[in-house]
Design a binder for this molecule. Structure first.
Ligand code: T4K
Length: 390
């Protein structure tokens, strides 16, 4: 089987409505002469997303990073925030841009989300919140986190950048904690080109968020807090309205792609599928595997390089760990010995190409190349030679 792709295969492709649909929306916006600041498209998207996500209150932002940053600001936090090093830089930046100190907690090996059993030991009199991440859309241990937060009177914020549409059992993932952020970046299953949202239960908090994303303005001649400009404009909202119509079908397609990956990768020693949730609960945002070098016979980096040579571009989300950034390395909690699981995970994870249009034949070829990696390693048991690619 010739497995090299002629055209590059990327980790994802954005979900795009037809140009005609967007043109029609653009005409509507042009006619209205209202292009940002809570226009009609924006208001419609708020209603649609509220229903879709089971949210009590939702505030839209021009990206997920500013949503998180202003979300933390709205809670008047002080001192230290316990978080995970295994995340995108935006999570921890939202903490330090608020003048708060991140305290890194190790992750649990199964889901790579914050290890709730290690949180309590990190709480000091300065701790005001826990900022946890639903990594790859896999839920954190929300019950345990809430129990700790209640005991120590801490706020709980979830970075659900990857978790759009996910549930925990029957309950929407965004209904846990004091607030949850979703990212609507182009690379996310649901996108508004750039965009994000915060879900909260408290009406007054929602009102405050609206002010914070609009310079802190609270009335015609009144500015009641130090805010920023983080509004979602009408073109972004229009994109969201159209993309939302495509999300269910995209989830179905991704479910099928996932099924094929699961099938081709099943039972290979040293390969663990990290995004294993069932159809109802999953966000279908990423398809991520972990490669144990000793058991598989080739390292994650070997696999990454081999895939790349075959024109398949994967990602090592989230390498490097945030705790490794120079500006956090002075922190005690950032020390390597405090974060053993995160340090192990970051050498093993690989996010494979994953989007509805990927095509089942492509999945088969990607898995073929992946399996070839270990054939090259000297002295490796040739178990991968068995089966259809022999
Ligand atoms: N918290 C967490 C846990 C996050 O993962 C993120 C963002 C945030 C917070 C912050 O949310 P936002 O402020 O972004 O709303 C991407 C995304 O830019 C970022 O949103 C995302 N997480 C992160 C995990 O992935 P990169 O640097 O990997 O993106 P980039 O430009 O390399 O794109 C990845 C692939 O997607 C490309 O190979 C090709 C494809 N692509 C990308 C774009 C932008 C397209 O085909 N078309 C496109 O328009 O960060």
């Amino acid at each position: 089987m010739d497995s090299r792709f002629v055209e590059p295969i990327l980790i994802t492709r954005p979900l795009l409505p037809s140009v005609e649909k967007m043109t029609s929306r653009m005409e509507e916006i042009w006619d209205s002469k209202w292009i940002t600041n809570n226009g009609v498209q924006h208001q419609r998207l708020v209603i649609e997303l509220k229903n879709r996500l089971g949210a009590e209150h939702i505030t839209l932002f021009n990206n997920g990073t500013l949503a998180l940053l202003l979300g933390l600001k709205s809670l008047d936090l002080t001192g230290e925030v316990i978080t995970t090093p295994f995340t995108f830089p935006a999570t921890v930046a939202a903490i330090d841009w608020n003048g708060l100190t991140p305290v890194f907690c190790d992750v649990e090996p199964d889901t790579l989300t914050i290890d709730a059993s290690k949180i309590e030991a990190l709480i000091t009199e300065k701790t005001s919140a826990i900022l946890a991440v639903h990594v790859y859309g896999n839920p954190c241990n929300v019950e345990k986190i809430q129990e700790i937060a209640d005991r120590y009177r801490l706020k709980v914020i979830y970075d659900g950048a990857h978790a759009f549409g996910a549930t925990i059992g029957d309950r929407p993932i965004g209904s846990y904690g004091d607030m949850t952020m979703f990212s609507f970046h182009a690379t996310k299953l649901f996108n508004t080109i750039e965009g994000g949202a915060l879900l909260v239960k408290d009406r007054m908090l929602a009102k405050k968020l609206v002010q914070l994303k609009n310079f802190g303005i609270s009335g015609p001649e009144e500015v009641s807090m130090s805010g920023l400009n983080a509004k979602l404009n009408e073109v972004q909202a229009a994109m969201g309205l159209e993309v939302l119509k495509l999300v269910d079908e995209e989830r179905e397609k991704r479910a099928e792609v996932k099924r094929m990956y699961d099938q081709y990768l099943a039972g290979i020693p040293g390969i663990r599928i990290l995004t294993t949730l069932d159809k109802k609960c999953s966000s279908y945002q990423y398809y991520v595997i972990e490669i144990n070098r000793d058991q598989f016979g080739a390292s994650r980096d070997d696999v990454y390089e081999r895939l790349k040579r075959n024109n398949i571009f994967t990602r090592k989300y989230f390498n490097p760990l945030c705790s490794e950034f120079d500006w956090y390395s002075h922190l005690d909690s950032a020390k390597r010995e405090n974060l053993p699981q995160a340090h192990l995970a970051v050498t093993q994870v690989l996010a494979l190409p994953y989007y509805g249009e990927l095509g089942l034949d492509s999945v088969k070829r990607i898995c073929h190349v992946l399996k070839q990696s270990c054939r090259q390693a000297p002295g490796v048991d040739q178990y991968h030679l068995k089966g259809e690619y022999k």
